[in-house]
Ligand binder design. Structure first.
Ligand SMILES: C[S@@+](CC[C@H](N)C(=O)[O-])C[C@H]1O[C@@H](n2cnc3c(N)ncnc32)[C@H](O)[C@@H]1O
Length: 216
């Protein structure tokens, strides 16, 4: 199943749970900071920011179903469909980017690099990136699916869910490499509940853009 098709098919059903730890993020942003939520789903993270007084918010997601649901549920939020690999915002135009449980939806290193490169383009110098995502697990259920799907997808940690989604759990070393242009402000390994109610290793990272900016 095409991943866009999958996310559209579940857009009315899923409830996402990666926690926004606002007190940690609030150290680095202001109430009027321009905040972009990439892969915002139906906008529940932006809604939390809105309810806490943040107003300069925009969310993008490639699933039109997610965006339609979000507009219905939270009509005052600016939610937009991400039409292609580019983020439809000017260079250096946002103070902070939120990226929650989106890397797990992108199975190749190249596509993840492409997305992070776009995030770096739209962030202002010293801009903040807040990532929540999943790490590799060592239990039998996960080990056997990582092995099985490595044959198909060529990346250890990628697997299919029976419902059609292709997901990725990450090696921490890869996450460090991917986020190399951000200096770490906050990082923690945590146990997360997935959208299907399982426990998984995860992390959150808050970093500041300090690396060389790539403009394409
Ligand atoms: C697990 S959900 C998380 C949604 C939201 N970040 C949250 O935590 O509530 C993943 C979201 O990423 C979106 N997504 C996956 N790949 C994407 C991509 N390449 N570009 C934009 N959105 C993407 C999906 O449509 C889905 O809404």
């Amino acid at each position: 199943m095409e991943q866009l098709e999958y996310w559209n098919s579940v857009s009315e059903k899923k409830e996402f749970t990666s926690p926004l730890i606002l007190e940690n993020l609030a150290k680095y942003i202001k109430k009027d900071s321009r905040i972009l939520d990439v892969g915002c789903g139906y906008g529940r993270t932006l809604e939390e920011l809105y309810q806490n007084g943040y107003r300069n918010l925009v969310g993008i997601d490639f699933s039109s179903g997610m965006i339609e649901r979000g507009k219905r549920q939270f009509p005052y939020l600016d939610l937009q469909i991400k039409e292609n690999d580019k983020i439809a915002l000017p260079d250096a135009s946002v103070d902070a980017v939120i990226l929650f449980a989106v890397l797990t939806c992108i199975r190749t290193n190249e596509e993840q690099e492409q997305l992070v490169s776009e995030i770096k383009r739209v962030l202002k110098p010293q801009g903040i990136l807040y990532v929540n995502d999943f790490l590799l697990n060592t239990d039998e259920r996960n080990l056997s699916r990582y092995e099985k799907f490595k044959e198909i997808y060529g990346v250890y940690g990628v697997f299919e869910l029976p419902e059609g989604a292709v997901c990725r759990h990450h090696d921490e070393k890869w996450i460090r490499q991917l986020l190399r242009d951000f200096s770490q402000l906050d990082y923690s390994c945590v146990t997360r509940t997935t959208m299907n109610g399982h426990q998984s290793n995860g992390f959150y990272f808050i970093g500041k853009l300090t690396g060389v900016k790539e403009h394409k």
